[in-house]
Design a protein around this ligand. Structure first.
Ligand code: SAM
Ligand code: DTB
Ligand code: SF4
Length: 369
């Protein structure tokens, strides 16, 4: 029986990642079977409830206002629009809706109240509700929990060291603080990262050390392959090879045996055979729907055909954690506090972004919406 550990070292994880592939797959698949039904895969549908115009400078992200990408910014969707999309997702076999907003952090006020109403509405459809809204305070986490939120997604993205090369407008410790705030509630934590941003295997291992050392470990860990979008400072990064994805998934499975490992961005570039190897290596969740947030994703019907071919079944909602209760807005025990999250590293600069600015490709700053 494998034991869940929080004290993995970077060297141990690098050694796992670099094992002969057959040994790595065998170890990961064995651990996977101890903790999960290997023929069940959780399906989440992403919904970009507020797109583009973000004030942050995450080097990978097409939604940052300062990059000249083709993303068109949109205001916050209405509760009715979100409900219609959630019903569509439910009918296509999805157990979870993950609502993403291109915000640096949540601000108390009418927009957050609207998001809370979206959470109540989807929970009442008996679907798991996830939000990814940027940084949140403890009070905001409690209000989301009270509305019936099942999961909060907040990725560490990479190692603490490489994070400084990817984002200047916030720090790794700010990310940990939000995760800590979520952990003060019963909302589950979804946190993972991206490979293919020019990071080393040591950085990939460093990210897994940080995730595995969280206690409890995140209930879901998305592993994204960078979608290199034109206009971002990472537009020229070379595509992730399928072997890197398989190794990353397998290593994640070994160091976090109980978590749901999600095969996330980058599936449009992967063959069915490649994805099948990822499922064998321990991936047991996907993002479904024609779009991720702003970039393409495989078509749901094709995904369901792949499931059928592989004998995979979509996971039913609330299989791992029971459904939270929804408290109505008028019965809430919390009042908005109007707090602002701290900014741990003002003035930080990133060489890659400075070079992109020098060529006029990206702005030093831009008006956010
Ligand atoms: N604004 C919020 C935040 O940053 O936490 C939520 C939305 S943000 C788009 C959610 C996550 O999407 C990021 O943390 C990152 O891991 C992932 N992501 C964004 N752009 C990506 C890209 N081009 N390729 C792969 N993953 C990406
Ligand atoms: C995560 O880890 N990946 C998703 C979700 N969490 C929010 C987002 C992927 C975004 C890919 C780029 C885009 O579509 O804009
Ligand atoms: Fe994109 Fe989120 Fe970064 Fe904004 S904070 S640029 S939406 S990843």
């Amino acid at each position: 029986m494998s034991i869940k550990r929080h004290d993995w070292t970077r060297d141990e994880i690098i050694a796992l990642y670099n094992k002969p592939l057959m040994d790595l797959l065998y170890e990961a698949a064995s651990i996977h079977r101890e903790h999960h039904d290997p023929n069940v895969v959780q399906v989440s549908t992403l919904l970009s409830i507020k797109t583009g115009g973000c004030p942050e400078d995450c080097g990978y992200c097409p939604q940052a206002a300062r990059y000249h990408t083709k993303v068109e910014g949109n205001d916050l969707m209405s509760v009715q629009q979100v409900k219609a999309q959630a019903l569509r997702a439910k009918s296509s076999g999805s157990s979870r809706v993950c609502m993403g907003a291109a915000w640096r952090n949540v601000k108390d006020g009418p927009e957050f109240d609207q998001v809370l109403e979206m959470v109540r509405t989807i929970n009442k459809l008996d679907m798991e509700v996830c939000c990814t809204l940027g940084m949140i305070t403890e009070n905001q986490a409690k209000r989301l929990a009270e509305a019936g939120l099942y999961a909060y997604n907040h990725n560490l993205d990479t190692s603490e060291e490489y994070y400084k090369e990817v984002i200047s407008t916030r720090g790794f410790e700010d990310r940990l603080q939000t995760i800590e705030n979520v952990r003060k509630t019963n909302v589950t934590v979804c946190s993972g990262g991206i490979i293919g941003m020019g990071e080393s295997v040591e950085d990939r291992a460093g990210m897994l050390v940080a995730l595995a050392s969280l206690s409890p470990q995140p209930e879901s860990v998305p592993i994204n392959a960078l979608v290199a979008v034109e206009g971002t400072p990472m537009e020229n990064e070379k595509p992730v090879e399928i072997w890197e994805m398989i190794r990353m998934v397998a290593t994640t499975r070994i160091v976090m045996p109980e978590t749901q490992v999600r095969l996330s961005a980058g599936r449009t570039e992967m063959s069915r055979e490649g994805q099948a190897m990822c499922f064998f290596a321990g991936a047991n969740s996907i993002f479904a729907g024609d779009k991720l947030l702003t970039t393409p994703n495989p078509n749901v019907d094709d995904d369901m055909k792949m499931f059928e071919m592989l004998g995979l079944k979509p996971q039913k909602p609330f299989t791992k954690v029971s459904q939270p209760k929804t408290v109505e807005a008028e019965d809430s025990e919390f009042t908005p506090l109007g707090e602002k999250p701290r900014w741990s590293r003002p003035g930080h600069k990133i060489e890659r972004n400075l070079q992109a600015q020098a060529t006029g490709k990206v702005e030093a700053e831009a008006d956010s919406i």
